[in-house]
Ligand binder design. Structure first.
Ligand code: AMP
Ligand code: MN
Ligand code: MN
Ligand code: MN
Length: 296
């Protein structure tokens, strides 16, 4: 069976993927909640990279903004020589195994950042570690995005997409390979904490069809249940491709902008096509975990 965009859609404006200053976004959890509400988002999750330190603020800010909320995180995973992102939704943010696992995943980011700076220095870009740090909101979470902002600031590149074309990616200056969490670990941390694991923006990985099949087979084998179908990273053709995959593999479907910044992100909070109606939205499976704003 094929889900088509001519079919009915799930009309809930859910945005279950974005980043705050707690990872590599430029807005606070509070500003994101307000922006989401202003954009018509009805159900929101903050999914900072490898970090759930912003969840309590996000929950309170969602309530203040009058929108429903789910806990969220985006875990960095190493799989087949690529970095894959697994979004976790609706988990208990105080779960000790999840908190410890994410702590372990974040560890090593500072050493990696120093190596990235050393690699950039070899092509004549000096002071990048200190420069990137000026953009970091959470000292535990220095990321490539912070380096990208610094390279734009000093005029080496015009914008962050140009940075990622010329630097910081495999084979380019500033790239340092890193070992993130295992796929099975990430899925287990999320599931054991009562949440649902979702493959984030699958269209972004440079996998062969065989590798992509292996990713989803291993993911579901470990208990992963969802896939992002509608994301700011996908083309219209990829919405269709991953809608079909969700049906084929019996996965629940998610929707999220991956918003990072008003000046850097192409897709604003909530400004995405709806999920095709034939898919099972992840939020239906997480109904009991949704924190709804108090009725007035
Ligand atoms: P890190 O977790 O330090 O490896 O940084 C990954 C982050 O870099 C992603 O979450 C994006 O925010 C950003 N990023 C990676 N590739 C690109 C790209 N091609 N264009 C813009 N941002 C990117
Ligand atoms: Mn990011
Ligand atoms: Mn991602
Ligand atoms: Mn993301």
């Amino acid at each position: 069976m094929t889900a088509s965009y001519n079919d009915c859609v799930s009309i809930l404006n859910a945005d279950l993927h974005c980043h705050s200053t707690v990872s590599d976004g430029t807005l606070s959890p509070e500003a994101l909640a307000q922006r989401a509400a202003a954009n018509g988002v009805e159900l929101w999750a903050l999914t900072d990279h490898d970090e759930i330190g912003g969840q309590a603020r996000a929950r309170d800010a969602a309530r203040a903004a009058g929108i429903a909320w789910l806990s969220g995180v985006e875990v960095s995973v190493s799989f087949c020589g690529e970095t894959v992102h697994i979004v976790g939704l609706g988990f208990d943010p105080e779960d000790p195994q999840l908190v410890a696992g994410l702590g372990q995943t974040r560890g090593g980011r500072e050493a990696r950042a120093r190596d990235m700076a050393a690699s950039l220095a070899q092509v004549g870009i000096h002071g990048a570690f200190e420069g990137a740090l000026t953009y970091v909101g959470n000292p535990d979470l220095i990321s490539r995005t912070h380096f990208a902002r610094y390279l734009v600031e000093i005029g080496v590149c015009h914008d962050t997409p140009e940075v990622f074309r010329r630097f910081l990616t495999q084979g380019k200056p500033g790239f340092v390979p890193h070992r993130w969490a295992g796929l099975g670990e990430a899925v287990r941390w999320i599931r054991d904490a009562g949440g649902i694991a979702v493959v984030a923006h699958p269209g972004r990985y440079r996998f062969s069809p065989t590798e992509e099949y292996a990713l989803f087979t291993e993911f579901t084998g470990h208990g992963g249940q969802g896939v992002e179908v509608v994301t700011g990273s996908h083309t219209t053709a990829e919405y269709q491709k991953y809608a079909d995959l969700a049906i084929e593999l019996d996965l629940v479907a998610s929707r999220g902008s991956d918003f990072h910044s008003p000046t850097e992100s192409r897709t604003d909070l909530g400004k995405l096509p709806f999920l095709p109606g034939k898919l099972s939205p992840v939020w239906e499976a997480l109904d009991a975990r949704i924190v709804r704003p108090e009725a007035v």
